[in-house]
Write a protein that binds this ligand. Structure first.
Ligand code: AMP
Ligand code: MG
Length: 321
């Protein structure tokens, strides 16, 4: 059931979280499927509803810095600096976990991913629940992430106890994830905060993930964020012949006639606007019934890194479905 983010429903959401239920929560990135992060049975319901493999750890969401202390055991100095600058907001930190965090939330890793979201309804639900909330995107595993309450209802409506409608997501792609090891900062996933913004605050950030590390960054799962249609990446200038079984996801060029459906991400070529529109546009093209979606590559800087990351994964061959 979709309900507005007013005070009585925020209370209801908090009650459901405290009693081990699932609430779809609006955040500035995408809608999250939330459960009490400190309750293993509640976390298990997230994996079941999403059909998410247990090796893919969850992000734990907090409402304030006090709550950070309940989930992590230490905060490196550079992480602190980034938190001061970018929290609340679309930036997730992988840090040493505290004993309170159950194994199921971290897939048994010694670290936990933690974020303080900017969306006021999200923080208010966490605050009223009195517990950190684990929340991956509220969609079946591997499919396009939801950026409206209606997207959640369409796919997980029967599996969640309540959907809080906080409007369309203002960032539109998932959070940037960074990890810290001694003095090395690594970018595990590009997202809502650009690499440039992070680097101007703390210097160089590495992208390599050494193979001996037992972490499962989204990059290890090649296919993700994917429509049912086959997605093919092309350059803006590549000629494509429109047809009635194909769709076009244009970055900024006006679309030609002849496609089954088409979408433009940002007429002015603004990468943040493209990120905001990306998932909803992909979804509409998929719903058109087109068999192939041609998608224009976008420049890889600013939020364009996150957009290209999602497009590449959407284009990857699926192994499991
Ligand atoms: P999401 O699916 O948007 O909730 O993002 C969760 C992602 O965060 C996972 O797929 C992992 O890649 C990453 N993640 C969560 N916890 C950890 C961790 N402890 N170490 C490394 N990556 C993590
Ligand atoms: Mg997801």
């Amino acid at each position: 059931m979709i309900v507005p983010a007013d005070s009585s429903f925020l209370d209801r959401a908090a009650e459901i979280i405290r009693s081990g239920g699932l609430v779809a929560i609006p955040t500035e990135t995408v809608y999250g499927l939330g459960a009490d992060a400190l309750n293993p049975a509640a976390c298990a319901r997230i994996f079941a509803a999403k059909k998410r493999p247990f090796f893919d750890p969850l992000i734990v969401h907090i409402s304030d810095i006090e709550m950070l202390k309940t989930v992590v055991s230490s905060v490196p100095e550079k992480a602190q600096r980034l938190m001061d600058l970018f929290w609340p907001g679309p930036l997730t930190f992988v840090l040493p976990r505290s004993a309170a965090v159950p194994d199921i939330a971290t897939s048994g890793l010694p670290t936990v991913a933690v974020r303080m979201p900017a969306h006021p309804a999200a923080r208010e639900i966490i605050r009223r629940s009195g517990t950190p909330i684990a929340a991956p995107s509220a969609n079946p595993f591997g499919y396009i992430s939801p950026t409206t309450a209606a997207h959640v209802e369409a796919q997980l409506g029967d599996d969640v106890d309540l959907i809080i409608d906080g409007g369309s997501c203002s960032v539109g792609v998932e959070s940037t994830i960074v990890s810290f090891q001694e003095s090395v900062i690594r970018l595990l996933r590009p997202g809502g905060i650009s690499r440039e913004d992070l680097e101007s605050a703390v210097g160089e950030i590495f992208t390599d993930i050494s193979s001996d590390e037992a972490i499962h960054a989204p990059g290890m799962l090649d296919s993700h964020y994917a429509p049912k249609a086959r997605l093919v990446l092309i350059s803006e200038d590549d000629p494509v012949t429109p047809s009635f079984n194909s769709a076009l996801l244009s970055f900024r060029k006006p679309v030609q006639d002849g496609f089954k459906a088409s979408e433009v991400l940002s007429v002015s070529g603004d990468l943040s606007e493209a990120a905001v529109n990306l998932f909803a546009a992909m979804r509409r093209l998929d719903e058109s019934g087109a068999e192939i979606i041609y998608a224009h590559r976008v420049p890889e800087h600013g939020l364009g890194d996150a957009v290209m990351n999602r497009l590449r994964k959407a284009a990857a061959q699926r192994i499991t479905h």
